[in-house]
Design a protein. Structure first.
Length: 290
């Protein structure tokens, strides 16, 4: 079994600007890098990770790929490109640099766009299609508002791999999930669409959530997408606003319930490998357990 954390970040506010990092996120407004994550992986039996973009920046993607080249535990990078420009040329440049072989996906922070139909724009669609043509996955970062456009996107591009980040951020804290469920469920009908079991604790009440608050959402997503298309991700260090790294892993394990071991292993590793085309070395965690 290879255990994969399919969604985490690095950042350094002293070197770059992060518009989404509001005052409410002050507790995590500091540098987080490989030296912070590595001991957490070792302590929790995680073998590989996927490092995900945080800014609309080609420079950040280049930095992440170079970092991945220096750290074996980073199996893949989900970067950023300008979807409205020459995507093929941008990808060629990124792949030619240090760590370029570890580019496995692209993401844009769609839920921060003013236009809820951003994903329906012809220039954006053309860019995402180029991502698929290059053999990469596309991470869909949306909330309920943008789910109709996401559905139209995956319907138009059935031959490329997509993954919905953070269950499309259901409003767990309020419990007003009718519109979210109506928007997300239809995406599960498309077999090329995965869903990340990530980012849940920060959509709940940060100080008072319990596993009982998280489980109903995981249960629904498992019912819709099936264990073969659900992927674990910690969303570290964003998760630290509400839970430790170990607690996030534990609550996901609780929420998926009494699944057969083979299905649990897919959620915690195998599905991420298939989604992103990751290499599968001998798991370090398995060596530690032997």
């Amino acid at each position: 079994m290879t255990v994969v954390d399919a969604h985490h970040h690095f950042w350094d506010p002293a070197r770059a600007s992060y518009p989404w990092m509001t005052e409410a996120l002050a507790p995590i407004r500091r540098r987080f890098g490989p030296e912070d994550l590595r001991p957490l992986l070792a302590a929790n039996g995680v073998d590989q990770t996927v490092l995900v973009q945080t800014r609309s920046s080609l420079d950040e993607t280049r930095e992440f790929l170079a970092t991945a080249a220096e750290h074996d535990f980073i199996a893949g990078v989900v970067g950023w490109v300008d979807l409205t420009a020459d995507v093929a040329a941008q990808l060629k440049s990124l792949r030619a640099g240090p760590g370029g072989a570890k580019l496995v996906g692209i993401r844009h922070q769609v839920h921060d766009e003013a236009d809820p139909k951003f994903l329906e724009r012809k220039d954006v669609r053309r860019g995402i299609a180029a991502v698929g043509k290059a053999g990469l996955a596309y991470d869909i970062l949306v909330r309920t508002r943008e789910l109709p456009a996401a559905l139209a996107l995956v319907r138009e591009l059935p031959d490329m791999r997509f993954v919905i980040d953070h269950l499309a951020k259901p409003p767990i804290a309020s419990g007003a999930t009718t519109a979210w469920a109506a928007g997300l469920k239809p995406l599960a009908a498309y077999r090329n669409v995965f869903c990340k079991l990530s980012g849940m604790v920060t959509e709940a009440d940060w100080k008072h959530w319990t596993a009982r608050d998280i489980t109903p959402y995981v249960t629904r997503v498992l019912e819709w997408f099936g264990p073969e298309r659900c992927v674990f991700g910690s969303d570290w260090p964003v998760c630290l606003l509400a839970a430790s790294y170990a607690h996030v892993i534990d609550v996901c394990g609780q929420a998926i319930g009494d699944l057969p071991a083979a299905e649990r292993e897919r959620i915690f590793g195998g599905n991420a490998i298939n989604l992103y085309g990751l290499s599968t070395p001998v798991p370090a965690a398995a060596e530690r357990r032997s």
